[in-house]
Design a protein around this ligand. Structure first.
Ligand SMILES: C[S@@+](CC[C@H](N)C(=O)[O-])C[C@H]1O[C@@H](n2cnc3c(N)ncnc32)[C@H](O)[C@@H]1O
Length: 256
C-alpha cells in the first residue's frame, strides 16, 4: 500500500517520544481490561499497543505508514501490526474498543474514519481518542504559511495537512455515524520541545506536506526562517520552547 506520507520512524522514536508518553493519560481513560480485543488506530511505532498488551489486552496496531509499522514490528515482534488507512480499513472481527492517540488529525476524510471505526466495533464498544483539536498549533501553522508565502511564493494554506475539529463538529459527526458521545474535552497542552533543534525536528517530522516539491536545501532554509519566527512568538519553559498544542479528547460508544 502506498504511504499516506513519509514518516521518519527513527526520528519519531529518538526526538518525539513525548507523543506516546502523553498517550499514557489516554490509556487511563480507556482502561483496557484483560482479554479485551483492542484496535490501536494510527499506532505509529507501537509503544502504546505494547502497554495495552502488558495489561492483558489482545491488541492489533494499524497504521498507514509502512515505515512506522516496520519499526513497530522490529520493536515488538510478538505483537500484531497491520498496514491500513483509518478512512477505509475494514476489520475482520469486531473489537471491544478502538483507541487512537495523536493520529486522527492526519485523516482529512473524518467521515470515512468514523465509519470505519463504527464498523470495527461491537455494539456498545467504545471509541477512545485524542488528537489535535480546533486551534492546535496555530502559531506553527501561521509561521509556516507566512514564510512559505512570502519567501517561496507557495500557497501554503492550501497545503495545510491537518484536520483540527471543534467538539461540536466532531461530536456531531460521531452522532450522525451511530455513536453516543459520553465525554468530550478540548484543552490546551503546551508541549515542551527543548531548544531550537526540537522545533526543527518537529517541522521535519510533522510539517513535511507543506514542503512538498521543495528541494532538501530549500526545506532546510525555510525551516530556519520558520524556527526564527517561532522563537519570537512561542512561550518558553525550563524544558524549552512550548508548542501551542490544543487537544481534543473524546469517548463515544457504538449504539447497540
Ligand atoms: C504522531 S503519530 C502517533 C503514533 C502513536 N499513536 C503514538 O501515540 O505514538 C501519527 C501516526 O498516524 C499515522 N497515520 C497518519 N495518517 C493515517 C491514516 N490515514 N490512517 C492510519 N494511520 C495514519 C502515521 O503514520 C503515524 O504513525
Amino acid at each position: 500500500m502506498k504511504e499516506v506520507r513519509p514518516w521518519n520512524a527513527a526520528l519519531y522514536d529518538s526526538s518525539l517520544g513525548f507523543v506516546s508518553r502523553y498517550g499514557q493519560d489516554l490509556l487511563q481513560i480507556l482502561k483496557p481490561a484483560a482479554g479485551e480485543k483492542i484496535l490501536d488506530l494510527g499506532c505509529g511505532t507501537g509503544d502504546l499497543a505494547d502497554e495495552m498488551t502488558k495489561l492483558g489486552a489482545d491488541v492489533t496496531g494499524l497504521d498507514a505508514s509502512e515505515e512506522m509499522i516496520s519499526r513497530a514490528r522490529e520493536k515488538y515482534p510478538e505483537l500484531r501490526f497491520i498496514i491500513g488507512r483509518a478512512e477505509s480499513f475494514r476489520a475482520e472481527e469486531p473489537y471491544d474498543a478502538v483507541f487512537s492517540n495523536a493520529a486522527l488529525h492526519w485523516v482529512k476524510d473524518a467521515k470515512g474514519a468514523t465509519e470505519s471505526i463504527w464498523e470495527a466495533l461491537r455494539p456498545g464498544g467504545r471509541f477512545v481518542a485524542e488528537f489535535g483539536g480546533k486551534g492546535n498549533v496555530r502559531l506553527f501553522a501561521s509561521a509556516i504559511e507566512e514564510v512559505l508565502a512570502s519567501r517561496y511564493d507557495v500557497d501554503a494554506a492550501a497545503r495545510n495537512p491537518w484536520y483540527y475539529p471543534s467538539i461540536g463538529e466532531y461530536a456531531s459527526l460521531l452522532e450522525q455515524t451511530g455513536f453516543d458521545v459520553v465525554f468530550a474535552e478540548l484543552f490546551d497542552r503546551p508541549t515542551p520541545l527543548g531548544d531550537e533543534q526540537g522545533i526543527r525536528d518537529w517541522l521535519s517530522m510533522f510539517a513535511r506536506p507543506y514542503f512538498s516539491g521543495m528541494s532538501e536545501e530549500q526545506t532546510a532554509e525555510a525551516s530556519e526562517w520558520i524556527t526564527g519566527k517561532l522563537t519570537q512568538v512561542l512561550a518558553r519553559s525550563s524544558e524549552g520552547w512550548l508548542a501551542d498544542y490544543r487537544r481534543l479528547r473524546i469517548v463515544a460508544l457504538k449504539r447497540g
